[in-house]
Design a protein around this ligand. Structure first.
Ligand code: SF4
Length: 431
């Protein structure tokens, strides 16, 4: 989850490093007029639409069968309309078939009509998307001036770091540029390209491990010994290099320890017989970037405070974002409905965030604590129907409102949060 209002903060001078920090602003979506989501197709969308049409045809055919059996039940006018509908649906299915054939032959992942270059992309509002363009901007952190910008149709920011950093370098002609960006820009080869061009990057790593959410060790718990080319695991065992492979175009070395099967920490480590650790051939570059971030916590302190009111509290990406924020030094406080979060999934989520220092209270003062609100830095408010649970992202119809620049409104939300916090009972952090 990316919190609203962008996600990168300018810094004055991280860790006393010389150079002019440039802040790569999370891509804004530029919506195209007339290019709405109904005119944008992916293969998945085509399949879903086909299934819906087939379902409709089957319903109409069933009704026609009934008319054949007993013409008095279905009137002739209705029969004529049904046949017309079926014919229109078949026409739509033919059109969808052509779109699918185009997607397959062109190897494009999506196609847009009206403006063929536009793409459907997720926005910073949870669960929403627009058909349009991704606007990248690089901002001088000291003077708040845009030094470079680019309009792309890339659906994520993942491949944008190097090009934008180079453009900023060219525009500023600075010999020792520092570029900050949020974790959405984290991509190994992009970072490598910047570092090789003399641009120091500060991009937090995207954490995708489900094991961490389950409370198991993540890769940061394994210490690499460069001289020996081996890892030291949390149990103090050596994980030696076993073989090299190529995954997604990256050469990876794989390490594991022979001690795993009898290890007393195995439950906290892996459900597999052995815990495998992957190391990219250029991982040392990423370690330099991480050390730079660790040495300059102010650089990655994207937010000062996050206050949450939740009904359901379960979505792994949101939990991870809250923990990441906490680890960056942000104050994170959460109030959740007590009854709604008694289940295993919620408990796991609550244990996960509290174990990482997030302050959490449960509230059973009301019939239900139905708030779904995030207040960032006391002035940006996200609210609406959106529950902090995966179903809100994938199954439900939801709405989200983001309020900025209305201090009298945000202060009322803060007062509301305070009142719920006072009514809440501390949820004890699990060991
Ligand atoms: S399971 Fe294996 S890798 Fe994990 S802590 Fe134990 S010995 Fe180390």
């Amino acid at each position: 989850m990316n919190f609203p209002d962008g996600s990168v903060k300018a810094i004055a001078d991280p860790a006393g490093m010389s150079g002019s920090p440039i802040w790569l602003q999370q891509g804004d979506e530029l919506k195209c007029a007339g290019n709405n989501r109904d005119k944008n197709f992916t293969s998945h969308k085509v399949q879903v639409r086909m299934q819906q049409l087939e379902h409709s045809i089957n319903r109409y055919l069933t009704e026609l069968d009934r008319a054949d059996r007993d013409p008095t039940i279905v009137l002739p006018d209705r029969v004529a309309r049904l046949k017309e509908k079926i014919s229109k649906i078949k026409e739509q299915m033919r059109g969808l078939g052509e779109i699918e054939a185009h997607l397959q032959s062109s190897q494009e992942r999506q196609v847009s009509f009206t403006d063929p270059d536009a793409r459907s992309m997720a926005t910073s509002r949870l669960g929403s998307a627009v058909v349009g363009y991704n606007v990248q901007t690089a901002v001088d952190a000291k003077h708040h001036l845009i030094v470079a910008h680019e309009v792309t149709n890339a659906v994520t920011d993942r491949g944008q770091l190097a090009a934008m950093a180079m453009a900023a370098k060219e525009a500023t002609a600075h010999p020792s540029l520092i570029v900050l960006a949020d974790r959405g820009y984290f991509e190994g080869y992009q970072i490598l390209e910047c570092e090789q061009a003399g641009i120091a990057t500060m991009v937090p790593k995207a954490l995708t491990s489900g094991g961490k959410f389950e409370g198991r060790f993540d890769k940061r718990d394994f210490i690499y010994d460069k001289e020996r080319d081996e890892y030291r695991c949390p149990a103090g065992q050596k994980a030696i290099r076993r073989f090299t492979t190529v995954e997604d175009g990256k050469t990876l070395n794989k390490y594991w320890s022979s001690s795993c099967p009898g290890c007393h920490l195995k439950e906290q480590c892996t459900p597999a017989p052995y815990r495998r650790i992957s190391r990219w051939e250029h991982e040392d570059v990423l370690e330099v970037v991480q050390a730079r971030l660790d040495g300059a916590p102010a650089a990655s302190r994207l937010r000062q405070s996050i206050h949450v009111l939740a009904y359901a509290f379960q979505a792994p990406d949101i939990m991870q974002a809250l923990v990441d924020a906490k680890n960056r030094g942000v104050e994170v406080r959460v109030v959740v409905d007590k009854k709604r979060n008694r289940g295993k999934t919620s408990r796991k989520a609550m244990d996960f965030v509290t174990r990482h220092g997030v302050e959490l209270r449960t509230n059973d003062h009301f019939h239900i604590h139905h708030d779904k609100t995030i207040i960032v830095d006391g002035h940006t408010v996200q609210t609406g129907s959106f529950n902090f649970a995966p179903s809100a992202e994938t199954l439900n119809s939801e709405n989200v409102v983001v309020i900025r620049g209305l201090p009298e409104v945000s202060s009322q939300y803060m007062a509301h949060w305070q009142s719920r916090w006072k009514l809440g009972k501390p949820y004890p952090a699990q060991p």
